[in-house]
Design a protein around this ligand. Sequence first.
Ligand SMILES: NC(=[NH2+])NCCC[C@H](N)C(=O)O
Ligand SMILES: [Mn+2]
Ligand SMILES: [Mn+2]
Length: 301
Amino acid sequence: MNKLSISLIGVPMDLGQNRRGVDMGPSAIRYAGVVERIEALGHSVKDEGDIAISHTRKEQSPNTHLRNLEDVIDGNTKLGNKVNEVLEAGQFPLVLGGDHSIAIGTLAGLADKYENLGVIWYDAHADLNTAETSPSGNIHGMPLAVSLGLGHADLVNIRSYAPKVKPENVIIIGARSVDPGERELIKEKGIKVFSMHEIDKLGMTEVMNQTIEYFRERSVDGVHLSLDLDGIDPLYTPGVGTPVPGGISYRESHLAMEMLYASNLITSAEFVEVNPILDEKNKTADVAVALMGSLFGESLV
Ligand SMILES: NC(=[NH2+])NCCC[C@H](N)C(=O)O
Ligand SMILES: [Mn+2]
Ligand SMILES: [Mn+2]
């Protein structure tokens, strides 16, 4: 088994949406024992602490329709720099959110090293909105679009290059709440989606086999797992700001993580949208840590 040197990066970001509490996600995940869980598998873990998020909370120029734009740009720029620094040091970046807007920074830090990066977007949502299509103005509904080079120029150009990711290198898994503009973009760009329909129909084993095979065929130089805890059914992960019923089960999610571990493809990961204020006894952070266990090599027997 391949032993990793993992850098844990907390991102107490709650400005990409409008429910308070998701900034406490990194603490909740640490409290749930993330470091111990991963170290028990023989990996080394260095906790890099939290990225400093500024909260000027100035609702910016009304015509941008993007909530807290300046602070989101600032936080993601710092995160991108940190992720890149960790990569340069030969460490595996493991990012803890915070709302999903932080994927903008994570991918900005990853993609100048991985020029043909694959991305798994494990989520109830597609996060493919732009200011024009967003029903909410919440930037956590936009990070995948931004990483494809679509959206506000200051978000798209974080770390001074764009796009970060090619649409043919993205696979969305678990989608069940997709806005009209996002549907159009999925069609237009030919983005691969295993929605809940395909998961029900094919089963998670087949979905993951196809995912892994797809990235191998595309000869990606790395694969980033961006896991939004709302991808899982809210029965298991109630502590999220935008829950959608009918999600991926607890065991299906473990199976997905176990298969990713066995594939040896994953080169970075982030776990986002854990909101302990909305949770029941830290259940959602516990699930996040349990899934990290499977992703990094735990087996049942
Ligand atoms: N990362 C998330 N939880 N995103 C939820 C996005 C919800 C909705 N599609 C929006 O744009 O506002
Ligand atoms: Mn989501
Ligand atoms: Mn998301």
